[in-house]
Design a protein around this ligand. Structure first.
Ligand code: GTP
Length: 364
């Protein structure tokens, strides 16, 4: 696909959320910084924005704000200029955009790109901005189609692409098109959001603009898209990047079945595949099976353990014969021999599960 290069453009990155659905992974690390395909999640977004010509990005931070500047600094290592605007108390998505806008340098008519910090998207950002500018829209929303729109903002449009309603998390969605979490705002429209107040763009700003007759445009496409807000989606995102289903300039190695970080030891008798990441200095012993999973730095998967579609935290240990499927194991936790943890199980950091403490039974 030809991608559209952009003239100079500033962006705001929303990264202040608590990531409650990803606990315990997000207890110590904000969602956008979780290691994903070998680097902090945001590294993929930053590299992608840069590939479209974005050079200056304002981070809208709140939860564990200092960790973002520690990770990315002034941005020069990434070929970007980065600013950080922190909310003392979270202001919601709209309040955060308004607060971050104080650090923008562009004029009132300029387009400003706004990105949710938990989305992987392959869409053509340059084309979205070009459409916004050509139609002189107030806001242009990237839209994607999902099978079950009820967990998202449902966004019907007319035949000209004008958004006719914005229905956040409705039980009876009227279309499968949803808000994909990437917006182009005309700068002056951001300035109409009240300053210093908690505002949701999804519940207040977008419905309000539509009601006032402003041109809110939909930019619908069918390229790769994933919201990594849940453990299952987070693991899928990492897997897709490692397998090359979504190209990322930030991937620290070739695409393939397995990404092994420096110092990782995978025994020749182990089976690791399905786009798994093996963290730095992590060990996978002979006879262990790992598929489609994210293994943190310094963790150990012992002989005969089986880990599928799961996250294993930093320094965690999975003992012989343990079976994990769709599971999150917190940092430093130990899953003792013979435990069977299935879909949705979450082991809190530092917890030690003794031998065969949890077994699955099909007898009900
Ligand atoms: P959950 O708690 O699991 O729903 O995750 P979340 O806190 O990230 O919330 P959600 O997925 O709805 O947020 C969408 C995007 O907006 C994410 O990138 C969040 O980091 C960001 N975000 C949400 N609320 C705020 C806020 O009050 N301030 C800032 N700066 N960003 C926010």
């Amino acid at each position: 696909m030809m991608e559209t290069p952009l003239p100079e453009l500033e962006a705001i990155l929303l990264v202040g959320g608590q990531g409650t659905r990803l606990r315990p992974l997000t207890l110590g690390t904000p969602k956008p910084l979780l290691p994903t395909a070998g680097v902090p999640f945001l590294a993929h977004q930053l590299a992608r924005a840069r590939s479209f010509g974005v050079r200056r990005i304002v981070f809208a931070t709140s939860y564990r704000a200092e960790m973002f500047s520690e990770a990315f600094g002034d941005g020069s290592a990434f070929g970007l200029s980065l600013e950080y605007m922190t909310e003392e108390t979270p202001l919601g998505t709209g309040g955060a955009i308004r607060n971050a806008a104080d650090a923008l340098t562009c004029g009132p008519d300029a387009p400003v790109l706004v990105l949710n910090g938990d989305i992987l998207s392959g869409h053509d950002i340059g084309d979205q901005v070009a459409r916004h500018t050509a139609r002189q829209a107030a806001v242009t929303l990237h839209l994607t189609e999902v099978e079950d729109p009820s967990r998202f903002g449902c966004v019907p449009t007319d035949e000209d692409g004008r958004v006719t309603a914005f229905l956040e998390k409705t039980p009876n969605p009227v279309t499968n098109r949803i808000n994909a979490g990437c917006y182009v705002f005309t700068r002056s429209v951001i300035d109409t959001i009240p300053a210093g107040e908690v505002v949701s763009v999804e519940r207040e700003t977008f419905p309000g603009l539509i009601e006032d007759g402003a041109l809110v445009l939909g930019y619908a496409d069918a390229s790769y898209w994933l919201d990594v807000g849940t453990p299952g989606a987070f693991v899928q995102g990492s897997r897709d990047l490692v397998l090359g289903r979504l190209a990322s300039p930030a991937l620290p190695g070739p695409t393939g079945d397995l990404l092994a970080l420096p110092g990782a030891v995978v025994d020749a008798g182990a089976k690791v595949d399905g786009g798994s990441v093996v963290g730095a200095r992590a060990v996978v012993e002979a006879g262990a099976q790992v598929s489609g999973s994210v293994l943190g730095d310094d963790c150990v998967i012992r002989a005969g353990a089986s880990v599928t579609d799961s996250v294993v935290g930093i320094g965690a240990r999975i003992e012989p014969g343990a079976v994990l499927r769709d599971v999150v194991v917190g940092d430093g936790a130990v899953v003792g021999p013979g435990n069977e943890l299935l879909a949705g199980s979450r082991v809190w950091p530092g917890i030690v599960l003794p031998e065969c403490a949890i077994r699955f039974s099909s007898d009900r």
